[in-house]
Design a protein around this ligand. Structure first.
Ligand SMILES: [Zn+2]
Length: 404
């Protein structure tokens, strides 16, 4: 396929995923539209395609209101939280030690300062869940508080670029919660001990979601699994995170339409990387029954195609022969370079099971993960994508896969 043809297709896919489909958060209507679109495209490109279904909750909120000392405060419902309409004495904790000593029963509990410096890992997120997080979740669940108000600052790495960031983002955590800026939290401190009222309009909506799995080649052969997550964080078009990953899969599927070499190829649109319970990934792992033995390589695309800097290929535990092939492909594309190893993303699932992986991303994001303010915000829209840079990726991956 001509490069100009790829560019044209990539533009159309980007518009479809980020403009025509209003949102792709797991559980939403747009998420189903996106997976249906991917399913149909892969089918029409001649790949054997199936859906892997799981339960997923959608969520919405028209906002939250807090009133204390005759004043109104601005805040937001925590994503996937229950809603509430409660009244009680306002109390507060800034450290775990303070929280341990506090009687928050039937009160409105404000968390501010060091205790909310880093986003709490969701209860059922198994890949990374430090003991301090588990302990804090337990303390909060046993506190008897009517609701939790989190006043947060900036913390780019785990929460993306959002300020304030939702300290709690967990559909399995049942105490209603809201969040606000740290500066707004300071204004609340004079009203500790006074009565306050909180209303949050959040509602949880049960639904379904799908991974889409497409394959080509002889079944039972050793497999190369190429993945990208199709979901996006609520409130963002998710252009770099991760429409560009999905576009790469679609273009590559077209380029490898007639692949009939040594391996079975599997292309998976994972659904849930940016959702609290990573349901698609969990469903996939369950379906694999701990049997990753016949996968020789995972290639995961997440965060690719940013207009600034090169595309990065980060190599995780590649055997020498694979590594040499990868390095030779990298060196034959001016816009691609080897990148640092980064732990977030779906490639870590494969790495944890001992499968070598290549993570494809934008070098700028890998290098600035802790300070950027784009990921998971409305700034992550099609205007920051460089389509010419993006289409190099499927071309490079085709060359690499065919060289094996
Ligand atoms: Zn992502």
């Amino acid at each position: 396929m001509e490069k100009t043809e790829l560019v044209k297709k990539a533009h159309a896919y980007l518009k479809k995923l980020c403009v025509d489909i209003p949102e792709r958060s797991v559980g939403s209507e747009g998420n189903i539209m996106a997976t249906d679109f991917f399913y149909n495209e892969m089918n029409s490109l001649g790949w054997q395609t199936r859906k892997q279904e799981f339960n997923a909750m959608d969520w919405k909120s028209d906002g939250a209101k807090l009133r204390a000392g005759g004043k109104n405060f601005t805040l937001y419902s925590s994503p996937y939280s229950n809603g509430c309409n409660v009244r009680g004495v306002l109390t507060a904790a800034s450290t775990v030690a303070e929280l341990e000593k506090l009687d928050a029963k039937e009160k409105l509990l404000l968390l501010y300062g060091p205790i909310v410096k880093e986003q709490l890992m969701p209860k059922n997120f198994i890949f990374y869940n430090p003991d301090e997080h588990k302990k804090l979740v337990q303390l909060l669940e046993n506190s008897g508080a009517r609701c939790i108000i989190c006043a947060t600052g900036r913390n780019s790495a785990p929460a993306g670029g959002a300020y304030p960031f939702p300290f709690i983002e967990d559909g399995d955590f049942n105490i209603p919660s809201v969040y606000t800026k740290d500066t707004e939290g300071e204004k609340l401190l004079p009203f500790i001990g006074a009565h306050a009222e909180l209303f949050s309009s959040a509602v949880r909506i049960p639904g379904k979601g799908y991974n889409i799995i497409a394959s080509k080649g002889k079944q039972g052969d050793r497999k190369i699994v190429i993945t990208a997550h199709i979901d996006a964080k609520k409130g963002t078009p998710g252009a770099i995170d991760n429409a560009t990953g999905v576009i790469t899969l679609l273009l590559l599927a077209g380029l490898l339409k007639n692949y009939n070499k040594n391996f079975e190829l599997e292309i998976i649109a994972f659904n849930g990387e940016d959702y609290y319970a990573v349901p698609g990934q969990m469903e996939y792992i369950k379906s694999m029954n701990d049997n990753f033995g016949n996968i020789m390589l995972n290639i995961n695309i997440d965060g690719a195609g940013y207009f600034e800097g090169n595309t990065s290929f980060s190599l995780f535990g590649l055997p020498e022969e694979l590594e040499n092939s990868a390095l030779s492909v990298i060196s034959s594309f001016a816009g691609i370079s080897e990148g640092a190893l980064w732990p977030q993303g779906d490639h870590s699932i494969f790495v944890q099971y001992g499968v070598p992986a290549i993570a494809v991303s934008s070098k700028w994001f890998v290098d600035n993960m802790d300070i950027q303010d784009i990921t998971h915000t409305p700034k992550d829209n099609p205007s920051i994508v460089d389509i010419n840079k993006l289409v190099e990726i499927p071309l490079a991956l085709k060359q690499f896969i065919e060289s094996l």
